[in-house]
Design a protein around this ligand. Structure first.
Ligand SMILES: [Zn+2]
Length: 215
């Protein structure tokens, strides 16, 4: 039976939260514990490959992807599965583990939600610099989903990382976004996003301005 206040107020968020909780349940993590997407990835048949292991990238591309172009990509799953059915996921190492966890969680959500990519082998020069690599083009083109699937996968992934019931308790307990982020091994930005979409922002703001910070 659902506890009171264990789901966020809006209908859309309730649906997202239920799917996120199912993912957490599947992963076997307790309600206030951090979820490790890297452990969950195998069940979605996603193989996380280190950026440095990508063959055929020129030094120039490598520098662009990790330097000037680093905000243009966070990572994604490759469009072509491996012969064993697994898909390769590449994460942007310049974004750090916390952001990588959210990106990977989104990819896992796409798989568990059964989303079908609407375009394959998209060559989008601006958004997806990896696909410009000549011979590797077809193999490394990232998957793309329609807008509502993208929204759902991101939102459910974020909810799986920072579940509402625990978040609510921590916000009401006066914890800062930074403290909550450390607890769930995610970025402060992700925690703030979760606080906003679950309508806890007013409580959070009140707590952070009226109380001294404590650990
Ligand atoms: Zn996505």
């Amino acid at each position: 039976m659902m506890e009171l206040f264990s789901l966020p107020p809006s209908d859309k968020r309730k649906q997202y939260e239920l799917r996120a909780l199912a993912l957490r349940d599947f992963a076997g993590v307790a309600s206030a514990e951090p979820l490790d997407p890297f452990a969950l990835a195998q069940f979605a048949k996603l193989l996380v490959v280190d950026f440095d292991q990508i063959k055929g990238l020129s030094e120039e591309s490598r520098e662009h992807l990790l330097g000037a172009g680093t905000e243009e990509w966070s990572g994604g799953a490759c469009s072509q599965p491996l012969p064993n059915g697994w898909r390769i996921v590449i994460l942007n190492p310049a974004h750090g583990t916390h952001r990588n966890r959210a990106t990977l969680m989104e990819e896992i959500s796409h798989v568990f939600l059964g989303h079908k990519p609407n375009r394959l082998a998209v060559v989008d020069e601006g958004r997806n610099p990896i696909v410009r690599e000549g011979a590797q083009r077809a193999k490394v083109a990232a998957r793309d989903y329609n807008k509502s699937d993208e929204e759902a996968a991101y939102a459910i992934g974020a909810a799986a990382l920072v579940p509402y019931a625990a978040l609510r308790q921590l916000v009401f307990g006066g914890r800062t976004a930074e403290q909550i982020a450390r607890r769930f091994h995610v970025s402060r930005q992700l925690v703030e996003y979760r606080i906003k979409v679950t309508h806890l922002w007013a409580i959070h703001k009140g707590a952070s301005t009226s109380r001294p910070q404590h650990v």
